[in-house]
Write a protein that binds this ligand. Sequence first.
Ligand SMILES: Cc1ncc(COP(=O)(O)O)c(C=O)c1O
Length: 387
Amino acid sequence: MNYKNYISNRAQRLMGSLGKQTSVPIEGLINLGSGTPDFLPPQYVLDAMQEAVASGRIQYTAWTGIPELRNAIAEKLKTENGINIDPNSQLIVTSGAQEALMVTLMTLLDDGDNVITPSPHYDEYSRDAKILGGELIPVATTRESNFTIDVADLEAAITDRTKGIIVVTPNNPTGTVLPESVLQDIAQLAIEKDLLVVSDEIYEYYVFDDHKHISMSTLPNMAERTITINSFSKSFGMTGLRLGYIAAPSEIVEAMLPFHHAMMVCANSVTQWGGVAVMSESREWFSEKLAEYDRRRKLWMQTLDEIGLPYGEPQGAYYVFIDIRPTGLTSQEFVNRARTEARLVFQPGTIGGGAGEGFIRGALTKGSPEFEEGLDRFKDFVGGLLS
Ligand SMILES: Cc1ncc(COP(=O)(O)O)c(C=O)c1O
């Protein structure tokens, strides 16, 4: 059979875009670029999910999520972020932020529409836009300005088909935390040009030094034009449980619901009870995790300073965006050679678009002693390239 005849143009546009996933761990490889945190949520969260199974809470829930979780999220948004929403009409519990992004872009984009975003950026946004016949317009940022967007560049990228601006802070892959003044400029631009802002805040808990996470929706006049996306994956070590949420104006939430329903009906019921448990208790336990990630961040910076490779200041999230241009290799060449010659795994900076060429994404997610062993190998490997 010629299966190509059956595969939609939409699917063909996307074929190969994910690359190949290695699902079997390979002996001796150390992944220094992984986006998966290396900790679990507290035991009471696991217990809550076991309890949900034991008591048979495994049927469909309300499409937008169980009321207990919606209320807990609304309370969290109010007390931690300063965002006030009605949990009954302005919130959808999703299967991770990933579903939230797709539902959001499905709701915003018609064929030929676009959204703009500072780049390097999280790669899924461009795939989602492409699936929908729309476009993600990347606006390049540079290491020299620490990957902070120049709002004039954002403005120049706006077309008459632009529906919104995607802001991810703290950022994957650059580790940049946008300061309040830049968020205000973006907000001002959105208001002037009458655009929506999609604010992906899934790394909100990972902020280092004096950097602060500020939710876009709390800036003056922004609540009505902000779609806030968040997730339990990164903050609570729950990536495989697939739990996230969208908070948005009620008319937008209403328009999103058929897409959420078509893909998921509802988020996993058991996982939702885990979400209630993690949200209902103090998040004090996380400060220990953050301190450990900060220790690794400092070790990364020390290593890079020692070998003389520049990098964007890792201000938040758990990534270090490393400038490998002094080695003379492209991102992909560096990643390939690091794998075969040093048994190290990284993400090429180009997964975040063309502006990431010449960079690799390192991460803070590997624990001791492999982390230190990985850094030693990295030092030797780069030392060899630079000598
Ligand atoms: C910026 C960003 N948004 C969304 C996601 C998706 O996260 P989730 O596990 O909640 O689907 C990721 C995952 O790496 C991410 O880095």
